[in-house]
Design a protein around this ligand. Sequence first.
Ligand code: HEC
Length: 420
Amino acid sequence: MKKAALMLVATAAAVVVLLPGVAAAQAGDVTFHKDIEPILQRSCQVCHRPNNMAPMSLMNYQESRPWARSIRNKVVAREMPPWHVDPNVGIQDFKQDRSLSQAEIDLVAAWADAGAPRGNPADAPPAVELPDFGAWEIEPDVVVTSPPHTVPAEAGDWWGDYIVDSGIPNDRYIKAIQTKAGDLRVVHHALTYAVTDPDAPLNDSSNDFFLNEYAVGKNADKYPDGTGKIFEGGSRVRFSFHYHSIGEEVVDRTDLGLVLYPEGEVPEKILYSRQLGQAGELDIPAGQVTRHDGYATMYLPGKLTGFQPHMHFLGKRQCLELIYPNSTTEMVSCVNFDFNWHIVYNYADDAQPVYPAGTKLHVISYHDNTESHRGNVDALNWTGGGSRTIDEMAFGWISWYDLTDEEYQEELDARANNND
Ligand code: HEC
């Protein structure tokens, strides 16, 4: 019932926004300043500007024109902007969603196909103010810094971890958190975790708590009032990096900043982010696309706030489904996975799924060990599970908080009222 209503709304919205795009495309008057520049401002320039993570700047017509063809291809394939949630499955309301609508994609294609016309500079939208990833957006109580890492002028991409003491002796709750890359040009992504196991190996984060990701050109995570993520006393911090070379040698040190609740204060709601739904033994024969399933039972009612698929090079797609205690199911999200991008998909507040005690999370992972898969280094090899980058993984990073039975019932009632 609820699902049907949602589908109707989605279809109606798609029709309404699609029409202007199609009309404009047919009229052949799509121009850079009128149609494309606003899209670049909203969805691209945050990364595609000087001295930032993306390989080229798209700040104006001169810079964008030579890339028109490539922009078209990446946008139509939904590889850029990096936002790989399947737009046809499950929840579509997210925080910090930079993805393009089908109408916008059609505009970009029409523009490139028409020879990337500039149009009238008077149509240009005013320049936008872009967030500064090189600065603190929070006032951290604690800063943990990764050791210096030298990124050579020319080298293949580097994926690897560092574990650093946090200097936080007692349990604390995190109010806000930000990863601040030392040199934005070389840090493709940096993920941070709290490592509670004193003997944790460098390359296995399976017992860690996920903290924060710096990969989507985003700034601080500020948790809603009264909520916080636990940082267990004595935990260390794992930095998981993807560095890439830029033609000059760069030494990077990246900071993790934490704003904490005062010592001894426990927020009303504790946010968790854990690896869940790990599939059993992975068996990925050469030349095949495989599916593996993993499950996790939620023993308390709760609210799901975010989903981040985790696989390695062969990862192709991952879906998250809820299996309710009455055996009905609901597909929450599917992501067309790209190993280059570790994006946390945070659901908008009123779209966060709530579930009763005993619900199972079902994580469905597809790996592609065929030659046609871009990430495949060796399609002739069987691949199994493991923590080296050339081994495979299959689980979701799931963010949630628990609810009491009464809170769960209240959420259900509130949503039922909203849908009337
Ligand atoms: C979160 C940062 C980010 C955003 C937002 C983003 N890009 Fe990118 N883009 C990158 C990075 C980094 C690369 C390098 C390839 C990779 O890592 O996937 C890239 C690569 C590209 C390429 C290929 C360049 C080449 O060398 O062939 C094109 C074209 C492109 N982006 C266009 C766009 C467009 C158009 C948008 C907006 C609709 C956009 N990007 C949004 C970060 C971003």
